[in-house]
Design a protein around this ligand. Structure first.
Ligand SMILES: [Zn+2]
Ligand SMILES: [Zn+2]
Length: 359
C-alpha cells in the first residue's frame, strides 16, 4: 500500500444509505483489495437518474449500502494476482459484477447474468473515497479523456447500447429521441456520429431543449409547445421516423414514440418506466400494420476480453471528440454535500443535467 499518510488511514468518508430516504455522510472502514481485486481512489461519481428513486423510494438491495455506480478514479492498490492495471493508472469500472457461471455469462452477455452483483445498489458503490472491484471490471482511461468525462462512461455506454439494439446501419435514417436528459442527449450525439438524419429531440423542459440546441440539434422542441408527431411529419413527408427512442419513461412519450415510428421502423424502450402505459387499440393496430419492431435495451455491453464493446467505444469516442460529454455537466459537488444535492434533485429545485460528486 501507499506510504502517503492521509491514505493510510483505515477509515474513509462515504455517503451511506441506511434506509429509504436516510442517507448520511459518514466515516466507514476503508475497503481492502482481495486477490484479483483493485482498490480505486474515486475521482468523480455521477448521479444516475435511477439513484433518486433508489435513495428516496425503492432503497438498495440491503442496508446499509454506499450508492453510486457511474465513476472514474485512480488505481490506489492491487490485490494479489492483479495484472490488468497498476497503481497510479486512471480507470473506469463496469459496475455489474457478473457470476461467470450462467449461460449468458458464458456467452459474454454480462448484462443478462442471472446471478449478478452491482456496485452501488447490491454492493457498496462509489459515493466514497475508495471502492474495490474485480480487475476484470476495470478499464484504463485514454490520456485525452478527463476523469470527469470518464465518470460518464456508463451513461454514454447505455446510450450507445440503445442504438446498437437497432438492426442495420443508421446512416441517413431519421430518428426521434424523447427525453433530453443526459442519456437522451448522448443518444442523439451517437446517432449523429453514425450519420442518422434528421434527428429530432423532444423534452418538456425548456432548458433541456436548449441544451440539445446548443449541441447542434436544430430539430429540438418542447413537446408541450410543439406537437411531436406534427413536427416529425412536417419534416419527413408525413412518413414518421425510422427509429424512435423512448428515453423519458412516461406514458405520453411512450405513446408519442409509438405513433411517430414509420413503416418497418424501430422503437427502442430505453427510459425506466415511471407509470403504467395505456395504448389505444388504434395505435396497437398501427404498430402491427406498420410492422414496427419494438426492442428493449438494458444497461450496456462490456467485454472483459477487450472486444469492441460499448465501454471501449465510448472511451474511444470521447478521446476522438465524436461525442461531447463535458457540456452535459451542470453540477460538481463535494461528496459531503451529496445528501442535500440528492434532495435538491428529488424536489427539482434547480435545473440539472449531469451531476457529479467528488470525494
Ligand atoms: Zn446509471
Ligand atoms: Zn452469470
Amino acid at each position: 500500500m501507499t506510504t502517503s499518510e492521509s491514505r493510510n488511514h483505515t477509515m474513509m468518508n462515504a455517503c451511506v444509505l441506511h434506509a429509504v430516504g436516510d442517507i448520511r455522510y459518514q466515516q466507514v472502514p476503508k475497503p481492502h483489495p482481495q486477490r484479483g481485486q483493485v482498490l480505486v481512489r474515486v475521482a468523480f461519481c455521477g448521479v444516475c437518474g435511477s439513484d433518486i428513486p433508489r435513495v428516496f423510494v425503492k432503497g438498495t438491495y440491503r442496508f446499509p449500502t454506499i450508492i453510486g455506480h457511474e465513476f472514474s478514479g485512480i488505481v490506489e492498490a492491487c490485490g494479489e494476482d492483479v495484472n490488468r492495471v497498476s497503481p497510479g493508472q486512471r480507470v473506469v469500472v463496469f459496475p455489474l459484477i457478473w457470476c461467470g457461471k450462467c449461460a449468458p455469462c458464458e456467452q459474454g452477455k454480462y448484462v443478462q447474468c442471472i446471478d449478478y452483483d452491482y456496485l452501488g445498489s447490491r454492493s457498496d458503490g462509489a459515493f466514497a473515497e475508495y471502492i474495490v472491484a474485480p480487475q476484470e471490471n476495470v478499464l484504463p482511461v485514454p490520456e485525452r479523456v478527463s476523469l470527469e468525462e470518464a465518470a460518464m462512461t456508463e451513461p454514454a455506454a447505455v446510450a450507445l447500447h440503445a442504438l446498437r439494439r437497432v438492426q442495420g446501419d443508421l446512416l441517413g435514417r431519421s430518428i426521434a429521441v424523447f427525453g433530453a436528459g443526459p442519456i437522451g442527449l448522448i443518444v442523439a450525439q451517437w446517432a449523429r456520429a453514425m450519420g442518422a438524419a434528421p434527428i429530432f429531440v423532444f423534452d418538456i423542459v425548456d432548458r433541456k431543449v436548449r441544451m440539445a440546441q446548443e449541441l447542434g440539434f436544430e430539430l429540438a422542441f418542447n413537446s408541450r409547445e410543439r406537437d411531436a408527431l406534427e413536427a416529425i411529419r412536417s419534416v419527413t413527408q408525413r412518413e414518421g421516423v425510422a427509429v424512435s427512442i423512448e428515453g423519458a419513461g412516461v406514458p405520453q412519450t411512450f405513446v408519442q414514440a409509438a405513433m411517430c415510428t414509420m413503416r418497418g421502423g424501430t422503437m427502442v424502450i430505453l427510459g425506466n418506466p415511471s407509470a403504467d402505459v395505456m395504448l389505444p387499440a388504434g395505435l396497437i393496430s398501427q404498430l402491427m400494420r406498420r410492422e414496427v419492431v419494438v426492442v428493449g435495451t438494458w444497461n450496456s455491453d462490456y467485454s472483459a476480453a477487450g472486444n469492441d464493446d460499448d465501454w471501449r467505444a465510448v472511451l474511444d469516442g470521447v478521446a476522438r471528440g465524436t461525442i461531447a460529454l463535458r457540456s452535459l455537466i451542470t453540477h460538481q459537488v463535494p461528496l459531503r454535500d451529496a445528501p442535500q444535492l440528492l434532495l435538491m434533485m428529488k424536489e427539482g429545485r434547480e435545473f440539472f443535467s449531469k451531476v457529479l460528486v467528488y470525494p
